[in-house]
Design a protein around this ligand. Structure first.
Ligand code: ACO
Length: 343
């Protein structure tokens, strides 16, 4: 039976850079505080004409061009995001039109920082069955920040990562999507999210006057504790169920939340830090875009080689968390569009 395979990878990091020093000029923070607590040095932000759809198109088109597949050949376009173009219609519909994916069905999925891995797990059977999918994770999280809340505003950035996927028997080798698991605990919805502006709390002038904005709110220490525990636990469980040892894992590709979380997960899982990919210093936490962007960067840096096994782990709002194994049959073509030097 065919297996779901990543045929190519696209990444897009918007060209505008916000450094820690720039943030310290508009809020009570410092480069030193941000670097020591999070490892983040800078983050990207979309320009005034960039929206979730246009940024998604950049990464999606990069993946298609890298493999030389036409958008007209796509069966599905998925956009995974917590910062959509509009409430409705789905961002994926804008992307489908802009790309010219005339035959494709288009839909969004929202799952916080674990959403991209959850999405891959859900739609892999479609790729196995012979469909051609463009799976894009995108966030413009700088649009969802409360710039007077220094505890969250310094953590996030914008970007997009895209996988062109299909079956393993269609003539394109790449990265096979292996065993994966995901879980949610909806009793924790109050700890991290963007609660205002939806149907439970429609945004009103009164709420805005009380400082209840449609921006991200977070209890940082609780998120930290749960993120480390859940990502370590589910990563170990996936390895056990796939009968793989840590020695057989060449790279852990974690959700790029912050360096302290990444280091703590590596420590708990028991894997050396030089086998854990991180570029959080340069791109910060890009939510649903994080794993795709990380893979695009790893491919650009030639860190991926045939025969490697990758273990990805992610955690985010919900809470939801996920882990996914990837097997590199061949290095897929990729295109990472970014200004400046990667980490
Ligand atoms: N600059 C300067 N001081 C700050 C800042 C800032 N940007 N933010 C908070 N502080 C202050 C606080 O006000 C507090 O001051 P006080 O002691 O006078 O009250 C002090 O720093 C310590 O605050 P804490 O919240 O205890 O700091 P902590 O060590 O927990 O670090 C952080 C905060 C970095 C947010 C940490 O809790 C964390 O990493 N949490 C995980 C958050 C995360 O990554 N979320 C992303 C979404 S989920 C995911 O992707 C996994």
């Amino acid at each position: 039976m065919a297996e779901a395979t990543i045929w190519s990878v696209g990444g897009y990091a918007p060209p505008h850079i916000i450094t820690n020093t720039m943030l310290s000029e508009k809020m009570d923070t410092s480069d030193e505080w941000i670097r020591t607590r999070t490892g983040i040095r800078e983050r990207r932000t979309g320009g005034p004409d960039e929206t979730t759809a246009t940024v998604s198109v950049e990464a999606g088109r990069a993946a298609l061009e890298a493999r030389g597949v036409s958008a007209e050949d796509l069966d599905w376009v998925f956009v995974c995001t917590d910062t959509p173009e509009m409430w409705s219609p789905a961002t994926a519909c804008f992307v489908q039109d802009m790309l010219g994916a005339k035959r494709a069905s288009a839909i969004d999925l929202t799952g916080g920082c674990a959403g991209f891995l959850q999405t891959l797990q859900m739609l892999s059977p479609l790729a196995q069955s012979g469909k051609k999918l463009l799976v894009i994770g995108t966030e413009l999280l700088t649009h969802a920040m409360n710039w007077s809340d220094r505890a969250t505003a310094v953590l996030f950035g914008d970007g997009s990562g895209a996988f062109l996927m299909g079956p393993s028997d269609a003539g394109f080798d790449g990265i096979r999507v292996g065993h994966g698991l995901s879980r949610s605990d909806g009793s924790q919805t109050g700890i991290l999210g963007k609660p205002y502006g939806g149907t439970r709390f429609p945004i009103t002038p009164e709420l805005v006057a009380q400082g209840q904005l449609h921006t991200i709110r977070m209890e940082g220490q609780k998120v930290f504790k749960h993120a480390v525990t859940m990502m370590s636990d589910i990563g170990r469980r996936v390895l056990e169920e796939a009968h793989l040892g840590l020695a057989q894992i060449d790279w852990v590709v974690p959700h790029q939340a912050n360096q302290r979380i990444i280091d703590a997960v590596a420590h708990q899982v028991g894997i050396a830090s030089d086998r854990v990919f991180s570029h959080v210093a340069h791109y910060a936490n890009t939510g649903s875009a994080s794993i795709g962007l990380a893979l695009a960067d790893m491919l650009e840096q030639s860190l991926i080689a045939p025969g490697q096994h990758l273990l990805s782990v992610a955690f985010g709002a919900g809470f939801s968390w996920a882990s996914q194994l990837f097997y590199v049959d061949a290095v897929p073509p990729s295109k990472f569009l970014h200004a400046g030097s990667p980490a």
